[in-house]
Design a protein around this ligand. Structure first.
Ligand code: HEC
Length: 369
């Protein structure tokens, strides 16, 4: 931020040279000149304040308006940001607008988020901002009976971006406030959450709630008795709702995160496969232990350590990307007792689906040449 004498000089120059050009539509040069003053204290300089206000009026409804309101901290213009969000709920400036509203006047966005017609994109932007001011509105949205599935999915995703949001989601799950595919999606998100406390609570919820109930519906004896069809099992494996190909490959298909399952039938029979899926943490494959890194800035990263040098640790995270961290950035690393493969993946399946899947996986054997 420039020092005060400098601001005054620049303001003076602007006042004489640039602002007269602003008459109706500020041009790029003028906007750029004003941008450089960002952070200046306008209350100490009424002339500059008037000039900036005029420029904001000139770019009303454009992305640069959001930037100017934020950079010059024009709190009384929050309603214009809300208006901007109504028209552009999902662009980069929308993200800036949401973040700024969150720190200045969160209540201004509450009504918008409670409206039945709120854009799913806006909910997503709220999620991207990582701000927690609107957690109650998101929870209320999930509990309301008249919202679309796009709005609900966006709300679940948004809650999963903060620890307090994830905890609110957990409470909702605990009271059976979510059902069907939405509950399954929320559960998967919670199981992969980067906050250890949240994952612990998910495990507890799993034991006492949804997961164990489903497990009881798919007891091992019953599933293993059914005759499976490997062709249908392949389809279950590839189904998005099953989640397997988000982390596993068979051949070249799927994401390479967990072990490649192309020859898994040579290693595990149907019963062992059942165990590996229902209770992944009971036997974690060597080299696929989950680690939690705590970074200097307080962030936590959960993933598999894919390689390490003197300077760097490479973490493979769900989704398959590899993130690299300098060792000087890492404060702590903890090996997790739990598998990074979520328990209860069979939740989306019928007993027959599960039997088909096990038969398919058991059929994947190394080819003899
Ligand atoms: C979030 C990522 C993720 C998802 C989703 C996932 N897995 Fe896994 N899976 C892993 C990881 C990581 C391992 C290795 C750690 C372990 O053994 O628990 C693993 C291990 C396994 C193993 C044991 C492999 C071995 O060599 O012993 C089997 C079998 C398996 N997964 C099947 C499945 C099936 C079937 C699905 C879908 C219903 C699935 N997985 C979904 C990540 C995932």
């Amino acid at each position: 931020m420039p020092s005060y004498p400098l601001i005054r000089i620049v303001a003076l120059v602007l006042g004489f040279a640039v602002f007269p050009m602003l008459a109706e539509e500020p041009n790029a040069v003028a906007i750029e000149a004003v941008r450089r003053l960002k952070g200046a204290d306008l209350s100490a300089n009424p002339a500059l304040k008037r000039a900036v206000e005029k420029m904001v009026d000139g770019v009303r409804g454009q992305g640069v308006m959001v930037e100017l309101i934020r950079d010059f901290d024009l709190k009384d213009r929050v309603p214009q940001l809300v208006d901007y969000l109504r028209k552009h709920p999902g662009d980069e400036a929308a993200l800036d607008a949401v973040s700024y509203i969150g720190v200045t006047d969160a209540s201004a966005l509450k009504e918008e988020l409670q409206a039945a017609g709120v854009a799913a994109e806006l909910i997503r932007t709220v999620g991207r901002s990582g701000r927690t001011e609107w957690t109650p509105e998101l929870v209320r949205l999930l509990s309301a009976s008249d919202r679309t599935s796009a709005q609900r999915e966006a709300a679940v995703a948004a809650l999963l971006t903060s620890e307090s949001g994830a905890e609110a989601l957990l409470r909702l799950m605990g009271s059976n406030g979510l059902t069907g595919a939405l509950a399954d999606g929320a559960m998967q998100g919670l199981q992969a959450a980067r906050w250890p406390k949240v994952r612990e609570q998910v495990q507890k919820l799993g034991r006492s709630g949804t997961i164990s109930r489903r497990e009881a519906q798919l007891p091992k004896e019953r599933v293993l008795q059914l005759e499976g069809d490997p062709g249908r099992g392949a389809a279950v494996f590839k189904r998005a709702a099953s989640g397997c190909i988000a982390c596993h490959q068979v051949g070249r298909e799927g994401v390479e995160f967990g072990p490649n399952l192309g020859e898994i039938g040579g290693k595990l029979g149907k019963e062992a496969l059942y165990d590996a899926i229902v209770d992944p943490s009971a036997g974690i494959s060597f080299g696929y232990e989950a680690w939690l890194l705590t970074l200097r800035d307080g962030d936590e990263v959960l993933g598999l350590i894919s390689s390490e040098t003197d300077q760097e640790v490479a973490m493979k995270v769900p989704g398959g990307q590899v993130l690299r961290y300098r060792k000087t950035e890492i404060v702590k690393r903890d090996k997790q007792a739990q598998s990074i493969m979520p328990a209860g993946m069979q939740d989306s399946m019928s007993a027959q689906d599960f039997a088909d899947l096990l038969t398919y996986l058991a059929s994947l054997k190394p080819r003899r040449q």
